[in-house]
Design a protein. Structure first.
Length: 412
């Protein structure tokens, strides 16, 4: 068992310590394509066919042979018609063309397709009114995808851009990694489940509700153990049950320095803890470690702190475990502060902000309401984090700051 790390570590250091021992799960399942939305590919996906599967016309027009275009202004008779799904199968005499529609297979011997707008129809036949180049307006077989070509790498989240592609290749089932199982519970005698009446001194369990929503958005399998009272025996039972059932255990509350905060003591008894204090605001009390069978993250009790630490630290951790390739929590941009931003040096600050573009397309950002770690309503006004470095002090209007636009977890 490792002792608690003393002092405060930066969020960057914390993320490195979290990611260093992790490795993705390897368990695979085969799913029907219609059931694979949001799942992660377990390996490269290979196309079983070529796309297009045959040479076809890119235009409505006429299939021609260059040998029939020797004399300009020579009328060419129409020998037949080729439609999408109904190819031309008859004889193609010399000195004639084939009427062809977009997507139709080009008849054997076709050198080019002339678009309808570059022809004139006369009583004797069709006149070509523009120069014709070999191969023009013909989509060649395999031009998009070759048979045997990888179309998706391992570690790709399947969605609207990828699943229709696989369907176009006739792939009905796909091998994906199993879902990460995450057990969650909240600690505190003051907490009440949403929907029950509040008694004096009680508050609703917002944290577990918010964390569950984000886990479900990420595609995790959630094991919800509810609210655990501030009782060492009950807390130990919750930890042991969560450890048996899940890949990751997430608790909220109980990792600060309160008299009834038993979570840290329990972790010392049941596993190893890498760190439990961050130079981060909101989110100073955050614990990360290892239980017998699972990884553990202890989130702060304040609702904003719990969401911010989940977003910045737990989200990339889960992405790694679920095998997601090239994942990032967010993109960093530069913006001009539109108002005064209060900041005390000492911790990296993730303030809720709202950014927009001015008339010249330059980004501006302002704090989204009160920044207290208990003020969850500020997320409704925000679309980004204003990221202020550890030693940064107050920011004056007009100064440049870094922002992280919310990704899909917080972008409603």
């Amino acid at each position: 068992m490792e002792p608690f790390t003393s002092g405060l570590i930066s969020p960057e250091e914390a993320l490195q310590l979290i990611q260093r021992p992790l490795s993705p799960i390897h368990d695979k399942v085969s799913l029907a394509l219609k059931d694979a939305t949001g799942r992660i590919t377990a390996g490269p996906v290979i196309s079983p066919i070529a796309v297009p599967g045959f040479d076809n016309s890119a235009m409505d027009g006429y299939a021609v042979r260059l040998s029939d275009l020797v004399l300009p202004e020579t009328p060419l008779s129409v020998a037949g018609k080729a439609l999408a799904g109904k190819p031309f199968t008859g004889d193609w005499p010399q000195g004639s063309v084939i009427r062809i529609m977009t997507g139709a297979p080009v008849p054997p011997g076709t050198d080019a397709v002339v678009m309808q707008e570059q022809t004139e129809t006369r009583e004797e036949g069709i006149i070509i009114t523009a120069d014709v180049a070999a191969g023009q307006n013909i989509r060649r077989a395999g031009e998009d995808i070759q048979a045997g070509q990888p179309v998706l790498d391992a570690g790709i989240r399947l969605g609207v851009s990828s699943l229709p592609l696989l369907a176009s290749l006739g792939i009905a089932e796909i091998s994906v990694l199993r879902r990460i199982r995450v057990a969650i519970f909240s600690t505190g005698d003051e907490l009440v489940p949403v929907g029950e009446p509040l008694q004096e001194g009680q508050i609703y369990d917002t944290n577990r509700f918010a964390i569950r929503l984000m886990l479900e958005k990420m595609g995790c399998e959630v094991v919800d153990l509810g609210i655990i009272a501030d009782d060492p025996q009950l807390l130990r039972q919750a930890f042991e049950e969560a450890d048996r059932q899940a890949d990751v255990v997430i608790s909220t509350g109980g990792v600060s320095v309160g008299e009834a905060d038993y979570t840290r003591d329990m972790l010392e008894a049941l596993g190893s803890v890498t760190f439990w204090k961050l130079a981060m605001k909101p989110g100073k009390p955050f614990a990360f470690g290892r239980l017998s069978e699972s990884w553990f993250c202890g989130l702060p009790g304040n609702p904003v702190s719990a969401v911010v630490t989940f977003y910045q630290l737990v989200q990339p951790m889960l992405n790694t475990l679920m095998g997601l390739k090239n994942h990032e929590s967010g993109t960093s941009l530069q913006a001009t502060a539109g108002r005064f931003i209060r900041k005390t040096p000492g911790r990296m600050d993730f303030q809720r902000g709202h950014y927009s573009s001015d008339a010249e397309g330059r980004l501006q950002v302002v704090p989204a309401g009160h920044q207290g770690s208990h003020v969850f309503s500020s997320f409704m006004k925000a679309n980004c984090f204003i990221v202020l470095e550890r030693e940064c002090a107050d920011v004056q209007p007009g100064e440049t700051v870094s922002i992280e636009p919310f990704n899909y977890l917080l972008d409603d």
